[in-house]
Design a protein around this ligand. Structure first.
Ligand code: PEP
Ligand code: MG
Length: 883
C-alpha cells in the first residue's frame, strides 16, 4: 500500500478527486500544486494510515517510517533544506485533514523542527534572531498545547509575568534576547510540569505531532462533531506535513484567509482578512483584529487600516489572479488560506467555502446564469436545510430598539434570549426549555455544544472568518461577532456597552443580518425572499415529480404555506382547532357528556366554528386540494385538569362536579397514545365524525360559491388498524354527504381516505385500499409504533442510542428507511395493486426532511406534506431527489 503522497513544485502524487484518501486539505494541496500554483512542498499521510493504525491496535504500518523519511527528503530537496540539519534545517507544519472539515480535531502545529540548535541556523539564514526565537517560542507553546496536552495559559502567564517585570506592554516590545529568555522559561516550565524535557529531536517532534493528529480523531470533541454531522468513524483523517513559509518575517510578510465571494451575502467580490507580520492561526483565532483584503469590502473593525490591495499591491494582484483560477477550476466559491513571506505569495489551502443559505442560493444561481454550472447543478448545490436560514424571521424595523452596540453581521437571522456566558450554561438552560444567547469574548471548538443550544451567538473579538462566525454560519444560527465596543466580564457575569450593563439572565437580542446588539426582546417579521430564491425554486419546480403540500390548520399557517408554494394541504389536524378561543369547553363537554344527547348539544356548539374554519381553509387554498383529518386527540390533552375547569364543564353539562370528576376518571389512560384516540373515538361516538363531516361539506359548498372554484375535500380517518374501522367511519361520512346534498341541492365531490400510521394498517393496505381513496403515511405514529418507542419520551435515551451508533439519526426526524420504510413500501405496493390510482402522501414530520423526501421519491409517493416553513425545503429536496 502507498501510505504517503508528496506534492510541490508544480506536480503532485495526489489530486482533488482523491479526497477520500488524502482528506480535503491534502487533496486540494495536491490539486493546487498540479495547477502550478505556489504551494509550499509537502506530503500527506493518507486516511488509510489512520484506519490501519486503529485497526491494528494503534500501530503504524511497517513501511510508514521509511516512507515518511523518503518524503521528507523529497520535500527538503524541493525546499533546498534538510529536516534536522543543524546548519540548514527544513521546518514543517503538521495539520490534520479529514474528508470533511472537522473542528474539534488537532488542528495545526507550526515551526516544527526548531530546537536549540536549528533556531540558531534560522536566525542566521533569516538574518533575524528575533524572528527565530519568536518562532521557536510559538512552536513550544503550540506543540506543548496540542501534542503534549499542556494548557496554553501557563505560557501566557510566563509571558505576561515577563512583560510586567520588564515594563513591556506589547509583544513587539520584546527583543531577540527577550524571546530567547522566554524560550528558556517555557522549556523549564514544560520540563518541570511534565517531568521530561521538551523534545529536541525533530523526528521525535514530527512523530509526536503525527500521533496527536491520529489520536485526535478519537477525542471527545471529534466524536461529538462526527455524531452531530453524521460523519462515519471509519473515514479516518489524513495528516499533512508541509514546508513552513513565514508570514511573520516583517512588514512585507503576512498571513490571511479569503473567500472568492462574500460568504454571507454571496456577492461576487473577493472578500477576506489578513494580518501583516503574523503567523498562521492569528487570523482565524481572532486574537488581533485583521485588515481587509480589498478596498471595496471594507467592513468591520479593521476598516480603518490599509487593505492588502493598498499595503501589498503586487501580492494582491497575484492573489486576485489565483483566486480566479481556483474558483474557475473548482467551479465554486473557494475559501483560501495564504501566507506572504517577504513579498512572495504562498497558497496553503483551498476548499469550497462555507456560506450562509442566502449566499449559497445567490452563488448557485449566478454561477448557473454565467454558464459555469448547469441549472441542475445549481439545484444540487443548495442544501435544502440551509434554506431554513432564509425563512427565519427578522427584526421588525418599526419596533423600538435599544441598540447598545454592534459587531460584524456574521450569520443572518435574529434571535432573542437570556444572556449566558458559557457553553455549559447554554446547554443547561436549553434543557430547561429556555432560550439563550451565548455571549463570549471569542469561541473555540470547546463551545460547540453551547452554540448548538443557543438561539444565537455574540462575540466581542474576531472577524468574519473567526471560529464563531464560521461555525454559526454552518449551523444557520444568528451570529454577531467582533463587537469590540462590548466589554464582557466573565467573573462578574456582565456585559457593558454604550453605558448599559446587562447581567446574566437579562434578555438580549442580536441581529445577525445587521450586526446590531439590542437590549431586551424585539418583535420579528417574516422574511422577504430574494429573487434568487424564486429563481432556484422555479428551476426546482421544473424538475421535481413529487408534489409538496403543507400541514396547516390555521388561516395564518395556510397562507404562509401557500406563499411558500404549497400545492395544497396534506394534513389539517382538527384537534388543533379545538384549542381556539373557548371552544375547549365545548370539546370537554362533548367528550365527558355521558349520553349522546349531551354530546350532540356540545357538538352543535362546535359545528359553526368548525364550518367557518374549514371554509377559510378552502378559500385560502383557492381550489387546491385540502385534506382534513377527523379528530385524533390523545384524549388526555383535552380533559379538564384543574378543579376550576372541572366545575366549568360540569356547569355546562348540568351535572355535579363530583359526577363529572368520576366520569373523567373513566377516561384516565395509562398510555393515551395507544388509547382512546384516532378513529376509535369516531367509532365509539359517531356523532363527532358526523359533525365534522357536516362542517366540511357545508364549508365546501360555501367556499365553492365564494371562490368560484370546485372544492373537493379529502376527508381522512386517523389511526385505523384495518378495513372494518375505515368502512364504518366512511359509511357515516357518506350518509352526511347525502344529507347535505339534499339540503343544499349541490352535488358534492369528495374523497375519503385514511392515515396509514400503524403497522397493521400498513400490512392490511391491500384490503383497506378497496374502499379508501387515498393513503397518507403518518410516519410519526408509524415510527412510534414500529419501534415501540414513545414519540414523547424518546428524549431520555435517544442520545445514548445515537452515541452508541444504534441510530445514525433520530428516526423521528429522518425516516428509518429500512424498518418503517419497509412498511411504507409494503403498504404502497399492496394498496396500488388493488387501486392503481390510489393517491399516496406522507404527512409525518419526515415530509420536510430532505433525506426522507428522497425516500418518498424513491418509493413513488405522489406528495409530501410538511410544516409551512419547510415547504421550500421540501420543494428543493424533491427536485434533488428527482435528478
Ligand atoms: C403522524 O402520526 O405521522 C401524523 C401526521 O399524525 P400526528 O402527528 O397528528 O399523530
Ligand atoms: Mg398520527
Amino acid at each position: 500500500t502507498k501510505w504517503v503522497y508528496t506534492f510541490g513544485d508544480g506536480t503532485a502524487e495526489g489530486a482533488a478527486e482523491m479526497r477520500n484518501l488524502l482528506g480535503g486539505k491534502g487533496a486540494n494541496l495536491a490539486e493546487m500544486s498540479n495547477l502550478g500554483l505556489p504551494v509550499p512542498p509537502g506530503f500527506t499521510l493518507s486516511t488509510e494510515v489512520c484506519t490501519s493504525y486503529y485497526a491494528n491496535g494503534n500501530v503504524y504500518p511497517d513501511s510508514l517510517k521509511a516512507d515518511v523519511d523518503a518524503a521528507l527528503a523529497h520535500v527538503g530537496a524541493l525546499a533546498g533544506r534538510r529536516f534536522g540539519d543543524p546548519a540548514n534545517p527544513l521546518l514543517v507544519s503538521v495539520r490534520s485533514g479529514a474528508r470533511a472539515s472537522m473542528p474539534g480535531m488537532m488542528d495545526t502545529v507550526l515551526n516544527l523542527g526548531l530546537n536549540d540548535i536549528t533556531v540558531e541556523a534560522v536566525a542566521a539564514s533569516s538574518g533575524d534572531a528575533r524572528f527565530a526565537y519568536d518562532s521557536y517560542r510559538r512552536f513550544i507553546q503550540m506543540y506543548s498545547n496540542v501534542v503534549l496536552d499542556f494548557p496554553h495559559h501557563h505560557f501566557e502567564d510566563v509571558l505576561d509575568g515577563f512583560k510586567a517585570d520588564q515594563g513591556f506592554s506589547l509583544d513587539t516590545d520584546l527583543s531577540a534576547d527577550d524571546w530567547k529568555e522566554i524560550v528558556a522559561r517555557y522549556k523549564a516550565l514544560v520540563a518541570h510540569e511534565l517531568g521530561k524535557p521538551f523534545p529536541q529531536d525533530p523526528h521525535d517532534q514530527l512523530w509526536g505531532a503525527i500521533g496527536a493528529v491520529f489520536g485526535s480523531w478519537m477525542n471527545q470533541r471529534a466524536i461529538v462533531y462526527r455524531r452531530l454531522n453524521q460523519i462515519p468513524e471509519s473515514w479516518g483523517t489524513a495528516v499533512n506535513v508541509q514546508a513552513m513559509v513565514f508570514g511573520n518575517m516583517g512588514e512585507t510578510s503576512a498571513t490571511g484567509v479569503a473567500f472568492t465571494r462574500n460568504p454571507s451575502t454571496g456577492e461576487n467580490a473577493l472578500y477576506g482578512e489578513f494580518l501583516i507580520n503574523a503567523q498562521g492561526e492569528d487570523v482565524v483565532a481572532g486574537i488581533r483584529t485583521p485588515q481587509n483584503i480589498t478596498e471595496v469590502a471594507r467592513i468591520g473593525a479593521g476598516s480603518d487600516k490599509p487593505s492588502m490591495e493598498k499595503a501589498l499591491p503586487e501580492v494582491y494582484a497575484e492573489f486576485v489572479r489565483i483566486a480566479g483560477v481556483l474558483e474557475g477550476h473548482y467551479r465554486d466559491m473557494q475559501d483560501l488560506e495564504f501566507t506572504v513571506e517577504r513579498g512572495k505569495l504562498w497558497m496553503l489551502q483551498t476548499r469550497s467555502g462555507k456560506r450562509t443559505g442566502k449566499a449559497s442560493l445567490r452563488i448557485a444561481v449566478e454561477l448557473a446564469n454565467d454558464g459555469v454550472i448547469t441549472r441542475e447543478e445549481a439545484i444540487g448545490r443548495v442544501d435544502p436545510a440551509a434554506l431554513d436560514q432564509l425563512l427565519h424571521p427578522m427584526l421588525d424595523p418599526a419596533a423600538d430598539k435599544k441598540v447598545i452596540g454592534s459587531g460584524l453581521p456574521a450569520s443572518p437571522g435574529a434571535a432573542s434570549g437570556e444572556i449566558v456566558f458559557s457553553a455549559d450554561e447554554a446547554e443547561l438552560l436549553k434543557t430547561q426549555g429556555r432560550k439563550v444567547i451565548l455571549v463570549r469574548i471569542e469561541t473555540s471548538p470547546e463551545d460547540i455544544h453551547g452554540m448548538h443550544a443557543a438561539q444565537g451567538i455574540l462575540t466581542t473579538r474576531g472577524g468574519m472568518t473567526s471560529h464563531a462566525a464560521v461555525v454559526a454560519r454552518g449551523m444557520g444560527k444568528p451570529c454577531v461577532c467582533g463587537a469590540g465596543t462590548i466589554r464582557v466580564d466573565y467573573a462578574a457575569g456582565t456585559l457593558t456597552s454604550g453605558g448599559v450593563t446587562l447581567k446574566k439572565g437579562d434578555i438580549l437580542t442580536i441581529d445577525g443580518a445587521t450586526g446590531q446588539v439590542i437590549a431586551g426582546a424585539v418583535p420579528t417579521l417574516q422574511p422577504e425572499l430574494s429573487g434568487e430564491f424564486a429563481t432556484l425554486m422555479g428551476w426546482a419546480d421544473g424538475v421535481r415529480r413529487l408534489k409538496v403540500r403543507a400541514n396547516a390548520e390555521t388561516p395564518l399557517d395556510a397562507r404562509t404555506a401557500k406563499n411558500f408554494g404549497a400545492e395544497g394541504i396534506g394534513l389539517s389536524r382538527t384537534e388543533h382547532m379545538f384549542f381556539e378561543g373557548d371552544r375547549i369547553r365545548s370539546v370537554r363537554e362533548m367528550i365527558l357528556a355521558d349520553d349522546e344527547k349531551g354530546r350532540r348539544a356540545a357538538l352543535s356548539k362546535l359545528l359553526s366554528a368548525q364550518r367557518s374554519d374549514f371554509q377559510q381553509l378552502f378559500e385560502i387554498m383557492d381550489g387546491l386540494p385540502v385534506t382534513i383529518r377527523l379528530l385524533d386527540p390523545p384524549l388526555h390533552e383535552f380533559l379538564p385538569h384543574t378543579d376550576e375547569d372541572i366545575a366549568e364543564v360540569a356547569r355546562g353539562l348540568g351535572v355535579s362536579a363530583a359526577k363529572l370528576a368520576a366520569r373523567k376518571r373513566e377516561f384516565d389512560e395509562f398510555n393515551p397514545m395507544l388509547g382512546f384516540r384516532g378513529c376509535r373515538l369516531a367509532i365509539a361516538f359517531p356523532e363527532i365524525a358526523e359533525m365534522q363531516a357536516r362542517a366540511i361539506f357545508e364549508a365546501a359548498v360555501a367556499a365553492q360559491k365564494t371562490t368560484g372554484k370546485k372544492v373537493v375535500p379529502e376527508i381522512m380517518v386517523p389511526l385505523i388498524t384495518g378495513k372494518r374501522e375505515f368502512d364504518l367511519v366512511k359509511h357515516d361520512i357518506d350518509t352526511v354527504a347525502k344529507q347535505v346534498e339534499t339540503e343544499t341541492g349541490v352535488t358534492l365531490e369528495y374523497q375519503v381516505g385514511t392515515m396509514i400510521e400503524l403497522p397493521r394498517a400498513a400490512l392490511k393496505a391491500g384490503e383497506i385500499a378497496e374502499t379508501a381513496e387515498f393513503f397518507s403515511y403518518g410516519t410519526n405514529d408509524l415510527t412510534q409504533t414500529t419501534y415501540g418507542i414513545s414519540r414523547d419520551d424518546a428524549g431520555t435515551f435517544l442520545g445514548t442510542y445515537i452515541a452508541k451508533g444504534i441510530f445514525a439519526v433520530d428516526p423521528f426526524v429522518s425516516i428509518d428507511t429500512e424498518g418503517v420504510g419497509e412498511l411504507v413500501r409494503i403498504a404502497t405496493e399492496r394498496g396500488r395493486a388493488v387501486r392503481p390510482n390510489l393517491k399516496l402522501g406522507i404527512c409525518g414530520e419526515h415530509g420536510g426532511d430532505p433525506a426522507s423526501v428522497a425516500f418518498c421519491e424513491e418509493v413513488g409517493l405522489d406528495y409530501v406534506s410538511c410544516s409551512p416553513f419547510r415547504v421550500p425545503i421540501a420543494r428543493l429536496a424533491a427536485a434533488q431527489a428527482a435528478l
